[in-house]
Design a protein around this ligand. Structure first.
Ligand code: URA
Length: 238
């Protein structure tokens, strides 16, 4: 591979800028300064350094949106040998992992990536992104219960921050609700629904910020579009 291309792939700079770095005598291949543009490196054998610091190929970043079925764990491996969401992603060579988690019995939108910076950003408690869930709950919440849900409930000794719950449909003794929260504590939606007296029967995440599950089939995945990735990377307060 040409030296400047290799440097760009290692995330040092663009190819153009890498050429300048080469011409500035800052690059060594196997400990020898190389200032020839287009010098060929063997990516398996040669050691390349810039300013005497060894450089490494960056793995290509990959961003996946999965419609998680229930009955799968969102860890990379499971102590009880239950199926994991990674089992559903075939044809991706990079080592990816889920961003945040969904319960074993929750379905819906799950992002998987090998981009640690984005994962950190999306799961940082300070700027957790808005998440939308559709849930079937027992009974039909009253206006008073809805107000309590939205204004903050005490769960496990903390007060939940602003959230919303909207009734989409009423059945005999159940209702379908849309819930939006922007925190991500353990089993938070389930605990909040239970707290207002309407335990969750089924739970599905349908959106993270403006990224929607749409009509992707259960168990199927797609790559996030460039626009979706940019949106997630750029968002400051999510
Ligand atoms: N809240 C829950 O209770 N469970 C999930 O899987 C996600 C959010």
């Amino acid at each position: 591979m040409r030296l400047q291309k290799y440097m760009a792939k290692c995330g040092i700079a663009s190819r153009r800028k890498s050429e300048k770095i080469i011409l500035d005598n800052r690059v060594k291949v196997n400990n020898k300064i190389i200032n020839e543009l287009g010098y060929k490196v063997d990516i398996n054998k040669d050691t390349v350094s810039v300013d005497d610091k060894k450089i490494f190929l960056e793995e290509e970043k990959v961003y996946i949106l999965l419609n998680k079925p229930t009955g799968y764990v969102t860890t990379v491996s499971d102590q009880f040998n239950r199926p994991t969401v990674i089992d559903l992603i075939e044809g991706v060579n990079q080592r990816i992992y889920p961003v945040g988690r969904l319960d074993y019995d929750t379905s819906g939108l799950l992002i998987l990536t090998n981009d640690g910076d984005l994962t950190y950003k999306l799961t940082h408690p300070k700027h957790e992104v808005n998440k939308t869930y559709v849930s079937k709950v027992k009974g039909v919440p009253t206006q008073e219960e809805i107000n309590r849900f939205e204004n903050g409930l005490i769960i496990d000794g903390y007060k939940t921050s602003k959230a919303s719950i909207k009734i989409l449909r009423k059945f005999n003794n159940k209702s379908l609700v849309e819930i939006k929260i922007h925190e991500g504590r353990n089993r938070q939606v389930r605990k909040m629904c239970k707290e207002i007296g309407h335990p969750v029967v089924t739970l599905k995440r349908v959106a993270i910020g403006t990224i929607e599950l749409g009509n992707l089939e259960v168990g199927k995945w797609r790559k996030l579009t460039e626009k979706e990735v940019d949106y997630l990377k750029k968002k400051k307060t999510l």
